[in-house]
Design a protein around this ligand. Sequence first.
Ligand code: HC1
Length: 589
Amino acid sequence: KINITINGMPVEVEQGKTILEAADQSGVIIPSLCYHKDLCVAGNCRVCVVEVVGQKRLSAACATPCEEGMEIRTNSLNVRNSRKHIIELLLSEHNADCTRCYKNGNCELQNLASEYKIMSQDFIPLAPQKKYTIDMFSPSIIKDNSKCIRCQRCVRTCAELQGVNALTVAFKGDEMKITTFFEKAMNDVVCTNCGQCINHCPTGALVERNYIEEVWEAIANPNLHVVVQTAPAVRVGLGEELGMQPGTRVTGKMVAALKRLGFDSVLDTDFTADLTIIEEGHELLSRLKKALVDKDKSVKLPMATSCSPGWIKYIEHMYPEYLENLSTCKSPQQMFGALVKTYYAKARKLSPDKIISVSIMPCTAKKFEANRPEMHDSGYRDVDYVLTTRELAIMIKQAGIDFYKLEDAKFDRLMGESSGAGVIFGATGGVMEAALRTVYAVVTGRDVPFENLDITPVRGMEGVREASIKIENPQPEWAFLDGVELRCAVAHGLVNAKKVMDDVAAGKSNFHFIEIMACPGGCLGGGGQPIPTSPEIRQKRAEAIYAEDAGMPIRKSHENPEILKIYEDFLIKPLGEKSHHLLHTHYVG
Ligand code: HC1
């Protein structure tokens, strides 16, 4: 530990900590723009400048390590004036048409301009003189360079968290900009639509493509039946977007709000998360049987989960030779969409062309997924509109709903009942845990040998985690699995997916089943979740997800009564003909 002072206050801090971290620890706020807890330090915006007594020049707090005896001033006249100038300079290049900006009200630059009361225009405004293009070709992301302050958070996010490198810095000096390969549209480069760039952008330069007005119009049309499904992770993010503490669970209030917004039926993606487990679990068992009993060398193992559309796009771009390793299951969102316009329509005696299916997702890649040509197996577009958690919060505010005062409501039926296993899909490792709870039970007739069904080795925030379960005394049908150690790996964030896939490609991997989620923390850290998101916030959301699971009366997908019913009434059996047609697909890249 070393001793420093911040604004005259003695502070004891661990060696190696930066001034910004030391200030944060002692309750002193130093503003910053290019800094983000998820990313490596860039030190390029200079907003966090501070005075270190004895040094002539101001230092960037994010990039300066503390040294023994340092006297730091974060709020001297010199610091305040310099910081104000820096903000003015950034604004001179920024299209500050704030009232017409999608990020109005949640823009870090706008907040700083407000705090520092930037009223004058001391610097020549550059933004209106330059020509900017707005890239609106992607179904998920809008990129507006006139709002960009070149902090490069998006570039670092795409490289460090996702290993995708779709965004890059090009040109120099005044011409410097954040762009893509050959300045192509985001839709035409390796972008996975994950939206992590949106989540890390401090301004409105990267935002989701929103479909709020389209959904309002559908709701207002008396001839349409508008169904909404809500993803697992939304229930632990929505409250945060509406001013509650991170990790607040708002499932009942969310359902109540959706009913007040006017949706005709409020249903749960967790239902099809449970269904995914049944289909995917049987697919895994069928692959294992082919590999171990039939000695079929063409069987692809490890089988990889296929519910994260950012991950699907990543494997299509980066590891196309492993597409056959993906489970053929569609994601729960898309299974839901296909069933709404078939199973649900039939049961409710509705014409599918009069149904609009909306989903609320923590994810921007889900917008891309719903738009894919593969996703029309109901005979219609299976999911019509995808809104993020943030877009739902906007609708709730627009409708004048006092979210705090809402009484909890319950999901409607059909397709509204779920198990705790469906809920944990929203956290990294959750799909694996849900699958193991069911696969182990199907094979052995017993519960997984973990206390309270909590398969803790697959939980946590380590980038890659491994676990195994030994199968003993299986049911006669599964005798070939007796003594088999089922080996699994879990990865989240595409940079970690790369590690797992490189091992697979190098023949070093001996896993049977891998779960990969594109976003850090899994869907709870998705690109459509509240901004900011940080490691601490993701942790709180994960705790909320596991608490929700622990409190559910049913915690295994195969025990969900609505799942039993859909097989009885409609699908007949897992991997059957109807499932094959509606719930499975092949991605060909
Ligand atoms: Fe997800 Fe999924 S868990 S992909 O993270 O499999 O987005 O929440 O809805 O489809 O169920 C996202 C979350 C979500 C799907 C499910």
